[in-house]
Design a protein around this ligand. Structure first.
Ligand SMILES: NC(=O)c1ccc[n+]([C@@H]2O[C@H](COP(=O)([O-])OP(=O)(O)OC[C@H]3O[C@@H](n4cnc5c(N)ncnc54)[C@H](OP(=O)(O)O)[C@@H]3O)[C@@H](O)[C@H]2O)c1
Length: 241
């Protein structure tokens, strides 16, 4: 089937994507930073299905760690068919209070890491079969979300990276983004905050991490002419004023 590399694969969206690709037959290169034990359990589950699974650790806010990760993954996997940049930082901070350190870390994890990892992995992607890079953006990368300025700027950068790389890496490597609304609420959201979000969703409910996984599988297996696109996975939220 091929090999897929997924960042932030230990929890939530990333683990659902890894599980779906593993069940579909892909061998896996999986990254985590802090969620090492849940990543190891997932790897055991997927190895039991006969998949080859290699695990990597790196703090993606550290440029040297990003470069080391890219070099290791490229060396271990000379051909990659799917690369999913799922790892992401998310934090609410008033604009007036955002420090340079918070800003740099946000952009480091959410934009710089995908940028330089894809650059490092280009030889492996070019050796892949109909390879696709998938960015996890956010509908908040195309419309402003109050009190999330540095997060929104980072996701807007990732949206443009999707389009820039789709143009530059064509025809062989496709680059697309999945832009969720709510597929898994942040754990700290209380019931009132959840209901306030859902009121703005035409479909009236949150999506699921499996919705993201299905969309990644679609991009990997069934969309050979689809590149440079940002797919809003948001129950219709971004379609309305
Ligand atoms: N959940 C949603 O509804 C939603 C909505 C819009 C966009 N998204 C996007 O979808 C992606 C996944 O969302 P999620 O809700 O599953 O994320 P999450 O629960 O907040 O988990 C964050 C992921 O990013 C990794 N990560 C964070 N900081 C890192 C660092 N410094 N170095 C390396 N890895 C780091 C974490 O790895 P460790 O745990 O191993 O440290 C974890 O896998 C994110 O890019 C997010 O912005 C999600």
């Amino acid at each position: 089937m091929g090999t897929a590399f997924i960042t932030g694969a230990g929890v939530r969206v990333g683990s659902a994507v890894a599980r779906a690709l593993g069940r579909a037959g892909y061998d896996l290169a999986l990254h985590a930073n802090r969620s090492v034990s849940s990543l190891e359990s997932l790897a055991d589950e997927l190895r039991a299905l006969g998949r080859d699974v290699t695990l990597y650790g790196a703090d993606l806010s550290d440029p040297e760690a990003v470069d080391a990760l890219g070099a290791k993954v490229r060396q271990a996997h000379p051909a990659l068919d799917v690369v999913v940049h799922n790892a992401g930082l998310y934090e609410r901070v008033d604009f007036a209070a955002i420090t340079r350190e918070q800003y740099r870390k946000m952009l480091g994890v959410n934009v710089d890491a995908p940028f330089f990892l894809t650059q490092a992995l280009l030889p492996s992607l070019r050796a892949g079969k109909d390879p696709v890079v998938v960015h996890l953006t956010d509908i908040g990368g195309e419309r402003a979300v109050n009190h999330y300025a540095h997060y929104s700027v980072s996701k807007a950068g990732l949206v443009m990276l999707t389009r820039a790389l789709a143009v530059e890496l064509a025809p062989h490597v496709r680059v697309n983004a999945i832009s969720p609304g709510v597929v898994a609420f942040p754990e700290h959201f209380d019931e009132a905050a959840r209901q306030a979000e859902l009121q703005r969703v035409p479909m009236g409910r949150e999506g699921s991490v499996e919705d993201v996984a299905r969309t990644v599988l679609f991009l990997a297996r069934e969309a050979p002419y689809l590149t440079g696109q940002v797919i809003a996975l948001d129950g219709g939220r971004s379609a309305q004023l």
